[in-house]
Design a protein around this ligand. Structure first.
Ligand code: SAM
Length: 208
């Protein structure tokens, strides 16, 4: 299972800036997409200690936010953080994604550093398709298996290929983007397509 933040890290100012550097660009691009696509019901798979949820709620882009995580301690920390940040109206669920049975479908589904560690992957893909509304955008930010120093054994190039094929077979338009620490300073986008340089792959699947 991929690691999340512990209690100290979730509140530490040093970690906050570390996260901003590492994930800031992902969040900025995410909220641009949500703004353009529109979104009534948003789900984050493996929401951990709530970084993305807090960010999006403060931006005010999404009406209904659901965060789901298998780890009850992280969900408890998220609840504390929501109170601390005075963030309201978020549904938080302690569940294994592969056994998730929501009462409604979602029109925007996001996962950051979590989906790649949820197994078996074919089952997770089946679940994603079940819970995606007919007009839906799915963004999965994962460890990039094409990265030159890729170490995360739980995700391979074949897994990514399988996921792309499943989406395409189910009428999604699929694309990929690559991100790393230096993405924000590469203003001309020179490195953007050199996947070996980037630690994060963003798999984007859109059905409209
Ligand atoms: C590396 S953390 C990322 C947390 C958060 N997305 C973030 O960026 O701060 C991965 C998260 O996925 C959760 N997770 C792992 N397997 C899961 C599963 N089967 N169902 C739901 N959540 C899961 C873990 O508990 C953990 O909080």
């Amino acid at each position: 299972m991929a690691k999340g933040l512990n209690h100290f890290q979730a509140f530490s100012p040093i970690y906050k800036y570390h996260l901003l550097l590492r994930y800031g660009v992902l969040l900025t691009k995410l909220d641009e997409r949500i703004g353009k696509f529109g979104c009534n019901s948003y789900l984050e798979i493996g929401c951990g200690t709530g970084n993305t949820i807090i960010y999006l709620r403060k931006k005010g882009l999404v009406d209904r936010i659901t965060g789901l995580d298998i780890n009850p301690i992280r969900v408890e920390i998220t609840k504390k953080r929501l109170r601390w940040h005075k963030v309201k109206y978020c549904e938080l669920l302690i569940e294994d994604f592969n056994h998730f049975l929501p009462s409604n479908q979602f029109d925007f589904i996001y996962s950051l550093a979590a989906f790649e560690a949820i197994n078996p992957k074919k089952q997770s893909m089946k679940k994603l398709l079940e819970i995606a509304s007919p007009r839906c955008q799915i963004i999965l930010d994962m460890a990039n298996p094409g990265f030159i120093r890729h170490k995360a054994k739980y995700i391979s190039k074949d897994n990514i290929l399988m996921m792309e094929n499943v989406f395409r077979d189910n009428d999604f338009i699929v694309s990929k983007e690559y991100y790393s620490f230096f993405s924000p300073i590469d203003i001309f986008g020179i490195t953007k397509n050199i996947k070996q340089l980037h630690k994060t792959i963003r798999l984007i699947a859109i059905r409209q």
